[in-house]
Design a protein around this ligand. Structure first.
Ligand code: GTP
Length: 182
């Protein structure tokens, strides 16, 4: 197949979760390998686009960073539709951000028909484990119950983020992929 005729597909990834849980920092760490201790809260929703080629297919990947601010929830909800990969983020030092993931998960089920998308639950800011408020088992078993990949990450100490995106890609390209067997 010539490059000109190469098939092109679109992949939409969205990060959801309360304000301050670290969504922007996860994206910045993954794509620019940088971390800032004083990011501004995201106003609205923004996408970054990356292109990858796999098996001669060109994938245009749009990663949507959304704001967790309550006043923008209805706008954030508009961006969920059409997502192929959904990343639900809480901060391990804040139980309320974990509890709120039920709200975001309900929004996902409401906005995306069927279950043809890959889901992850992320326990962010793992470097703050000494202040952890969410029992690991509770978070992992909730992720299991909704069929999500579970991953701890720390954008600050750069851990878990590459693995998160690797496992999401594996699952996207192979729905039978079981991240626990890696
Ligand atoms: P909104 O845009 O308001 O929805 O917030 P957000 O979820 O995008 O959070 P953001 O990435 O802006 O991070 C919020 C704060 O948490 C910033 O001060 C970051 O420096 C801090 N932060 C993000 N990731 C980590 C982490 O892994 N560890 C620690 N200790 N702090 C982090």
């Amino acid at each position: 197949m010539s490059k000109k005729n190469a098939e092109t597909r679109q992949i939409k990834i969205i990060l959801l979760g309360e304000s301050g849980v670290g969504k922007t920092c996860i994206i910045n760490r993954y794509f620019e390998n940088k971390f800032s201790a004083d990011t501004e809260s995201t106003l609205g929703s923004y996408s970054t686009t990356k292109t990858i080629v796999k098996n001669k297919i060109k994938y245009i990947v749009d990663i949507w960073d959304t704001t967790g601010q309550e006043k923008y929830h209805s706008i954030t909800n508009l961006y969920i539709k059409g997502s192929n990969i959904v990343i639900l983020v809480y901060s391990i030092d804040s139980k309320s951000t974990f509890d709120k993931l039920n709200y975001w998960y309900d929004s996902v089920k409401d906005k995306i028909e069927g279950d043809d998308y890959v889901l992850a639950v992320v326990g962010s800011k793992y470097d703050l484990f000494e202040s952890e408020e969410v029992p690991d088992e509770e978070a992992k078993s909730w992720a299991d119950s909704i069929g999500a990949i579970f991953q701890f990450t720390s954008a600050k100490s750069n851990s878990g983020i590459d693995l998160l995106f690797e496992n999401l890609a594996r699952k996207y390209f192979n729905p039978n992929f079981d991240y626990k067997k890696q």
